[in-house]
Write a protein that binds this ligand. Structure first.
Ligand code: NAP
Length: 462
């Protein structure tokens, strides 16, 4: 059980701050205060709750630079990407500001003389426990918290232990926007505290974005107390390039799709499945592009790739690469890196096959696993030969065929001639071991609501 959480800068290799973990009594008081705030919040008119999003957006805009720097320092993300992350949170607020009232409005389902009248209202559940990862330390929190709170819930944030500064900034955003005190509460606790919080009567649901093992732990804990949860877990997204694709464009986007966030994104392209007739062109162009990567200080302008969030992650990734080579993959390219332990230069592996860690596991860093496909059907079979099913990117000039193949790919989203991205307007989530439930769009707004049927008897006409 940790007694404090630490901010550590993986580029400068220095600790930045330590934060004490609250005692069990302090945690209980925070949960009780959140519950009191939620009870008053839930009965406020929907329009009032939705209107608060203007102030939340304004706070994000005002603090974007400071908070982006906090993310860049705590987990190594290049600053321009951290700024874009804060801007995306502001966009999310704007989107729900314009649409949430409609999404939460009661819906008439029956209204006739014979059946009477019935409607569905979307009521909040209570408190939601959000267990979040460090990789998008603002976006992951906001995409869960904004709909959960706007629909009338309170939110307890247990953020990843290595981003306590960002965790407190998220709380500051809601407090600074004028939300009721305690309604969004950050608890700086380790993962050992999660089950006890989830068991509490006030907590009615959980949302986890994180790894498959954490998903299993939370699903089990939620199952024991029969509470619903949304699980956004890992992925090993295929990036399928067919012979009729614009190969040059697919390569440019492949670099971004794999390297965004220093390669640490659930929906990063991870397995590059390329039809044989364009395979050599694709790989040659990919390696040429990677040679231009600027690797260095995430706070410096123009840096494409910073360090991984922790030095351990670089060691894990090295093992994945070495084991895959031992199993028959070949190393085609490796980018040179600065000396800090958390750096991992881009690696291109060829001849990757099912059964190798580079195919079967989630490579959480800039490893390009290249796989040759005989034809489009073979490419889809390879794409589906995985326990994960989060996103998929498909490159082809034949859009009719793309629509057919999109129906066959086992994933929560398929993006055609584009990299996979989350978007406030589109539901986001996975299938298979990538989790269940959906965030964002209408689905996310209703994720932590009770779709309550209210039915009135038909008027007695006798
Ligand atoms: P992680 O190690 O699973 O941690 C995620 C969160 O879960 C952290 O707050 C962590 O707390 C907590 N946690 C870990 N083990 C737990 C347990 N046994 N019981 C309760 N809580 C537990 O994942 P990460 O390294 O932060 O993030 C990377 C993973 O997240 C990748 O697999 C990535 O694909 C996935 N991810 C998925 C999505 C998506 O939308 N599907 C988005 C982003 C990331 P501590 O930090 O205190 O351990």
């Amino acid at each position: 059980m940790p007694t404090f959480l630490q901010s550590y800068d993986p580029y400068r290799e220095v600790p930045m701050a330590e934060y004490p973990v609250p005692s069990a009594t302090e945690q209980a008081e925070a949960v009780e205060a959140c519950a009191r705030a939620q009870q008053a919040w839930a009965i406020r008119p929907t329009g009032e709750r939705v209107a608060m999003l203007d102030a939340l957006e304004a706070v994000l805009v005002k603090n974007r630079k400071e908070w982006a720097e906090c993310a860049a320092r705590e987990m190594g993300k290049p600053l321009d990407q951290a700024l874009a992350e804060l801007d995306k949170c502001a966009w999310l607020c704007r989107y729900y500001r314009n649409h949430a009232e409609d999404m939460l409005a009661p819906e008439t389902r029956l209204d006739n003389a014979e059946d009477g009248r019935a409607y569905v209202r979307y009521d909040p559940l209570g408190l939601v426990l959000a267990v979040m990862p460090w990789n998008y330390p603002f976006w992951q929190v906001f995409r869960c918290a904004v709909p959960a709170i706007t629909s009338g819930n309170g939110l307890l944030l247990k953020h990843a232990s290595n981003v306590p500064g960002c965790a407190l900034a998220c709380q500051e955003a809601f407090a600074g926007a004028g939300y009721p005190p305690g309604l969004f509460r950050t608890l700086l606790v380790g993962s050992d505290a999660v089950e006890d919080i989830l068991k509490r009567e006030e907590v009615q649901a959980a949302s986890l974005t994180g790894s498959e093992p954490a998903g299993k732990a939370i699903a089990e804990a939620a199952g024991r107390v029969l509470k619903p949860c949304v699980l956004e877990l890992g992925g090993s997204d295929p990036y399928i390039v067919l012979r009729d694709a614009n190969v040059e464009r697919s390569v440019q986007i492949a670099v971004k799709a794999r390297m965004q966030n220093n390669g640490q994104s659930c929906i990063a392209a991870k397995r590059f499945i390329v039809e044989a007739s364009v395979y050599d062109r694709f790989v040659d162009a990919l390696v040429a592009e990677l040679k231009n990567t600027r690797i260095g200080d995430p706070l410096e302008d123009g840096v494409d790739l910073g360090p991984l969030a922790k030095a351990d992650f670089a060691e894990d990734l090295e093992q994945l690469v070495q084991k895959s080579i031992k199993a028959g993959a070949s190393l085609r390219y490796r980018g040179a890196t600065p000396p800090q332990k958390a750096f991992f230069g881009p690696v291109v592996l060829e001849n990757v096959e099912p059964g190798m860690p580079a195919f079967d596991e989630e490579a959480f860093g800039p490893v390009f696993a290249l796989i040759r496909a005989d034809n489009p059907e073979h490419a889809v079979r390879l794409a589906n030969k995985h326990r994960y099913g989060l996103g998929a990117s498909l490159w082809t000039g034949d859009l009719d065929r793309a629509a057919v193949l999109a129906g066959q790919i086992q994933s929560g989203q398929v993006f055609v001639n584009r990299m996979v991205a989350s978007d406030p307007r589109l539901p986001f989530g996975g299938v298979k071991r990538s989790g269940y439930g959906r965030e964002l769009a209408r689905e996310g707004m209703r994720a932590f609501t009770n779709a309550k049927t209210v039915a009135f008897a038909a008027l007695d006409r006798s």
